[in-house]
Design a protein around this ligand. Structure first.
Ligand SMILES: Cc1ncc(C[n+]2csc(CCOP(=O)(O)OP(=O)(O)O)c2C)c(N)n1
Ligand SMILES: [Mg+2]
Length: 236
């Protein structure tokens, strides 16, 4: 069984984001993440090649941990390639810590996958037929082009002394990462790449390892999961 990643949807499906990240980031990349559909999907899809290159808070799952953890990794290792990954709410939880990165010149790349939802909680509520108090969208009077996704993360990150860029389509991801790398080299501050996702995508999950529910069509060929290492074992 292989999960499909090569979706063309705009707003993007998260699976496609991880495909792009696998293609864009090298084998030395150290990922930092905390909790949420974002982190669960990342653990399913992202390739990690070395020990201590998947820095995660473990079972505790304290939202907001990602920014300070990434800053800590940077302090511990001034040369490592660090890519943090947050959902929109994890990012908002301790967003002010970005200023610490700007103050102490601690560059790293922070990808924010924004579905304008507490996605993991929304998915968990499906079992109760609810979608209650878990969406983060609103009409932001200062950000009308934000399509009611609410907080303008680019503006907040810039206000805290960092650099930030927003993308909507998969073909914008590579140029955004290139821009982020230039900014990190030039300014020595955290750089945020915000990726606008479709609002509702469920991620494969189950109560037991042999009862995992798939919500999307599976890959039928290598082309459906081109960045997958296992895909090479499929008959095209
Ligand atoms: C401090 C804290 N409060 C509440 C939770 C419960 N919780 C786990 S995931 C989640 C929603 C995360 O939303 P987001 O960061 O946008 O990620 P998504 O699931 O949408 O990818 C919540 C509220 C938690 N893990 N930590
Ligand atoms: Mg979210």
């Amino acid at each position: 069984m292989l999960r499909k990643t090569n979706f063309e949807n705009v707003p993007m499906k998260p699976q496609r984001v991880y495909q792009c990240m696998n293609n864009a980031f090298g084998k030395d990349t150290c990922y930092v993440s905390t909790i949420g559909l974002s982190q669960i999907a990342a653990a399913q899809f992202l390739h990690v090649y070395k020990p201590r290159n998947w820095i995660n808070c473990g079972q505790a799952g304290p939202l907001g941990w990602t920014i300070p953890a990434a800053l800590g990794v940077r302090v511990a290792d001034p040369t490592r390639k660090i890519v943090a990954l947050s959902g929109d709410y994890d990012f908002q939880f301790m967003i002010e810590e970005l200023a610490v990165g700007a103050q102490f010149k601690l560059p790293y790349l922070h990808t924010v996958v924004n579905n304008s939802y507490l996605g993991l909680i929304r998915q968990a509520q499906r079992g109760f037929d609810m979608d209650y108090c878990v969406q983060l969208g609103f009409d932001n009077i200062n950000h009308p082009e934000g399509n009611s996704y609410g907080v303008d993360h680019v503006a907040v990150a810039e206000g805290l002394g960092c650099k930030a860029i927003r993308v909507h389509k998969q073909e914008e991801i590579d140029p955004a990462i290139e821009q982020a790398e230039k900014w990190m080299a030039e300014f020595n501050v955290p750089v945020v790449v915000e990726i606008i996702l479709e609002r509702v995508t469920n991620i494969s999950m189950g109560t037991e390892i042999d009862k995992v529910v798939e919500f999307e069509e599976l890959a039928a060929s290598h082309a459906d999961a081109p960045s997958s290492i296992a895909a090479s074992m499929l008959d095209d």
